[in-house]
Design a protein around this ligand. Structure first.
Ligand SMILES: [Zn+2]
Length: 472
């Protein structure tokens, strides 16, 4: 009964006040108040989240996992737009309940309804730690699970406890819901056993891109039977072609499968089979982690009935998500921003920097480490990152951020002596640009709050919009 009615007076008031809070935040503060309107509106009317889900006439897609949520959400939204559907989506990185409510606050008309709601799909990135709570309220039509790596240990504790928290949620999932699962991450693939929902798997079948050996960040994982995993091939961390040495469960054959992958420092070309239909994806983002994000997005779009050709065209045309391989032209240099949140993510982007390039190709880096709450206050994780992968290459690195000295020591221990250590963002950016020849690319590797800082500085210098103007 309630489900079919329009928004209540209380909900409409909450939306109005949320909108006012957003306007005020944009006027007075930096950061654009991406969370504030949701915080205000959600506190006044906790039912807004359900109302948002109900108003998305074509259902809701959730995207969760440690790494790749923002980019995958962005790709799914881009594919849907190419398919003629206007998605409702949360601002990048704003992936707690309040962030989802922001999507509603911003899309709602004064009466609290969303224009063309019947034809719209909600596409929301959801933090892995809050998914179990939000899942029954959003009742997603498609739920994407990317991976589970160690991340911000001081916030969540063990990664395994996050995965375990999903058990009850999946057991009660609607049989009409499709779970899009990474076949190569055993902690994700094994979720299939816990649900009656439909399963659509994605993964990599090209063994040429496997790692020669397990990298530092590979977390020891156990099968749900308690046994150990053995790998025929590892693609990153604990992600690869796995089998349990105890119960014999094996990685499922992915229905969305990357058969052949050509990596370069700019992007990837991937031959993909989507339920038997062959298509070439030109992915304009570097790194094998970007290939996984594109496969996940393609699988989600496939589950929503988008034709394979539309998927391929939309991925090729997709610009970067906020702060994820975004590029800026500054003083005749191309500057690319790479977000590093944890060892697994850092390893993948370091690998992406040198993918397909010759050893002699110079790499210009600005490496920024902060220790704010959103960065992870314990910075010792940098010792689990495989910075050594760049040793022996022609690398010029400037270290910056609140913990520039700690980062510089880590680079030094990897055999790469930083050219400069400059905590201040603007000064470090000046120095790094000065060491990058005109026409060359400067790559900025940064933790979350450092990324926000440097992105603001770059946007200003390049004459691009501010955080809150583009953070969609
Ligand atoms: Zn087992």
């Amino acid at each position: 009964m309630v489900a079919t009615e329009g928004p209540t007076i209380r909900e409409r008031a909450a939306l109005m006040l949320g909108r006012a809070a957003g306007t005020a935040a944009r006027r007075f503060g930096r950061g654009g108040g991406t969370a504030l309107p949701g915080l205000v509106a959600g506190a006044l009317a906790p039912s807004l989240l359900e109302r948002l889900a109900q108003q998305s006439g074509q259902g809701v897609v959730t995207v969760t996992g440690t790494n790749g949520k923002t980019t995958t959400t962005h790709l799914i939204a881009s594919i849907l737009r190419a398919h003629g559907v206007d998605p409702l989506t949360n601002p990048s990185g704003s992936n707690l309940e309040r962030g989802l409510v922001v999507a509603y606050v911003e899309a709602a008309e004064p009466g609290g309804r969303i224009a063309d709601a019947a034809s719209r799909v909600g596409v929301f990135e959801v933090d892995e730690a809050v998914l179990a709570r939000l899942f029954p309220r959003l009742r997603p039509r498609v739920a994407v699970f990317l991976n589970l790596f160690r991340d911000q240990l001081d916030r969540y504790g063990e990664v395994d406890s996050v995965g375990e928290g999903w058990g009850g949620m999946l057991a009660s999932a609607d049989p009409g819901c499709t779970l899009v699962l990474n076949a190569d991450d055993p902690s994700i693939a094994q979720l299939a056993a816990e649900t009656r929902a439909q399963i659509l798997t994605f993964g990599i079948d090209d063994r040429e891109v496997r790692l020669a050996q397990a990298d530092h960040a590979s977390d020891a994982r156990f099968c749900r039977c308690g046994g150990r995993f053995a790998y025929e091939a590892i693609f990153m961390g604990h992600v690869g072609i796995w089998a349990c040495t105890s119960c014999g469960e094996r990685r499922p054959n992915p229905r969305v499968s990357a058969r052949r992958i050509e990596l370069s420092a700019e992007g990837s070309r991937v031959e993909v089979s989507i339920d038997g239909a062959l298509v070439t994806l030109e992915i304009p983002m570097a790194g094998l982690y970007s290939v996984y994000n594109a496969l996940a997005a393609a699988a989600a779009a496939h589950a929503l009935g988008v034709p394979v050709t539309t998927i391929a065209r939309a991925i090729a045309d997709a610009g970067p998500a906020f702060g994820r391989q975004e590029r800026f032209e500054v003083d005749g240099r191309s500057v690319r921003v790479l977000l590093a949140k944890n060892p697994a993510g850092m390893n993948e982007l370091l690998r992406a920097l040198v993918a397909g390039s010759r050893d002699s190709q110079p790499v210009h880096l600005l490496a920024m480490l902060n220790d704010g709450i959103q960065d992870g206050q314990d910075v010792s994780w940098i010792y689990d990152a495989d910075i050594e992968v760049l040793a022996g290459r022609d690398v010029t690195v400037t270290c910056s951020g609140d913990r520039a000295d700690d980062f510089a020591l880590r680079w030094h221990l990897a055999g790469i002596d930083p050219a400069a250590v400059i905590p201040d963002t603007e000064a470090a950016l000046d120095a790094a640009l000065g060491r990058t020849p005109r026409g060359a690319r400067l790559d900025v590797v940064a933790t979350y709050t450092a990324m926000i800082d440097v992105r603001e500085a770059l946007a200003r210098r390049a004459g691009v919009g501010s955080y809150w103007e583009v953070a969609r």
